[in-house]
Write a protein that binds this ligand. Structure first.
Ligand code: CAA
Length: 429
């Protein structure tokens, strides 16, 4: 009875609101801001170009590169020529001038086939190029951003240390101010593109007494005296990617290679990672949708108990859940990308996209192995590799636990950005 009364009241208020809005001429206006889930022709072309590249250039040899930990040198060179390494960079700095939605679509397609290649693409696009374009000086952009965006060289982002992973403010690498240069000393760990990159963005502590406000970000060239590349990490997944520790011993960094004001380094890292997380979320989305496509295809080929396994409800329900979670992850990725393109604060949506997509990737790939049964456990069927690759998306560019810190601080209202509503289009409670 009570429910009915509430329903009637809601109905009454909705009608009154509609009437009021009509009177004020707002209904026709709303038609113009209607939500549109369709991709543009340009988005579809980019998605197809990335898909074609992945199928034609990345699929051949992907199992061998994983097995032998081979960095995809030739494939990355071609990806750069096609503009996929500086997708969002302004054409005046050598980039493709595309939006973040295009980047998400391309990342998904590349990651469906080869996540070792897509992590290189993600770091170059959203950490290195974005960081330089947004916060670098004009001279830094001309010297470093242009070749990075054109794919002539690749970059790496050096934040993590043996004792500073999630606790990123605890930087032990020091950058001592020596007047017209900084003296860089310390060790960075688990650096993607560590040996292949020639341009490093390095985070280091200059004023330890100031904590996070004493940290700086620098552009460092791999070829400089005192830079040593450590051994390549022998990893569970993304084995084709090039992960190293990097040591700095009395490396002289010219003053003009500091990014932003003195003490801006931690904020630089956080702001850059906020966008990086959209890239890794899209990578996780791609790994999940790649595994789903393989599971779906296999389920229509494999017969058991007299029929294709896709005809068994046990498999149908798995495929239904996979498709649903993937679609939710895709929407979160696209919403975060859209917010970035609209110059809104995307820190929260990027973290939501990353935690959800990476957990989706882990779950979907595990289920995809299960659908394949014994075949799923051997290399030729690809899904075991996708399952191994999925795990890192819950760890790098902020673990799932770090994303939950970012999300909870924002939703509870403790973050610098202040209040939050359930959705950009939602009502507040
Ligand atoms: N934008 C702007 N400023 C931010 C910010 C953001 N998104 N997040 C934090 N800050 C600011 C804070 O406002 C604060 O400034 P004030 O002192 O002026 O208020 C300052 O930075 C310190 O912030 P916190 O007090 O929140 O710092 P914290 O110690 O509590 O740590 C954290 C917060 C979210 C856990 C952060 O340390 C973090 O993100 N850790 C994970 C690091 C990470 O993602 N590493 C990935 C390595 S890179 C990588 O993986 C690349 C690769 O190769 C694939």
């Amino acid at each position: 009875m009570m429910d009915n009364v509430e329903f009637c009241e809601t109905d009454f208020f909705t009608s009154a609101l509609m009437f009021n809005m009509r009177l004020r001429g707002l209904i026709p206006l709303l038609k113009h801001v209607i939500m549109d889930f369709q991709l543009t022709e340009e988005h579809l072309m980019i998605q197809k170009a990335a898909r074609d590249f992945a199928v034609n250039e990345l699929l051949p040899g992907v199992i061998e590169r994983d097995e032998h930990q081979q960095f995809p040198v030739e494939q990355i060179r071609k990806l750069g020529e096609l503009g996929f390494l500086g997708m969002m960079v302004d054409p005046k700095y050598g980039g493709a001038g595309l939006d973040t939605i295009s980047y998400v679509l391309a990342m998904e397609e590349i990651s469906k086939i080869d996540a070792s290649t897509s992590v290189c693409m993600s770091v170059n696009n959203s950490l290195v190029c974005w960081g330089l374009e947004t916060y670098g000086s004009e001279e830094q952009k001309q010297k470093y951003l242009v070749p990075l965006a054109q794919g002539q060289v690749i970059g790496a982002f050096l934040l993590s240390e043996p004792e500073a992973g999630s606790d990123a403010t605890s930087q032990r690498t020091t950058a001592e101010d020596k007047g017209d240069y900084y003296l860089l000393n310390g060790t960075k760990n688990w650096i993607t593109n560590g040996n292949s990159a020639s341009t490093y963005l390095v985070i280091a502590q200059t004023h330890p007494e100031k904590g996070s406000k004493g940290i700086n970000a620098f552009i460092v060239e791999k070829s400089w005296a005192g830079v040593t590349i450590g051994a390549k990490e022998n990893k569970l997944g993304i084995r084709g990617s090039d992960t190293h520790s990097i040591m700095f011993q009395d490396v002289k960094v010219p003053k003009e290679n500091r990014i932003g004001e003195d003490g801006f380094g931690f904020k630089f890292a956080m702001k850059t990672l906020a966008g990086g997380r959209i890239g890794i979320a899209s990578q996780a989305l791609g790994i999940a949708s790649g595994a789903y496509e393989l599971a779906l295809k296999y389920s229509k080929e494999r017969k058991a108990f007299g029929k294709e396994i896709s005809q068994h409800q046990a498999i149908q329900f798995k495929l239904a859940d996979m498709a649903t979670r993937i679609e939710a992850a895709r929407l979160l990725c696209l919403k975060a990308a859209w917010e970035k393109d609209q110059h809104l604060d995307y820190t929260l949506s990027g973290s939501m996209a990353k935690v959800f997509a990476s957990e989706t990737a882990m779950w979907v790939t595990t289920e995809a192995v299960q659908v394949h049964g014994g075949y799923g456990y051997v290399k030729e069927y690809h899904v075991e590799r996708l399952m191994r690759d999925a795990k890192i998306t819950q760890i790098y560019e902020g673990t799932s636990e770090v994303q939950r810190i970012v999300i909870s601080r924002t939703t509870i209202g403790l973050a610098a950005s202040g209040g939050w509503q359930p959705s950009a289009i939602g009502f507040s409670f």
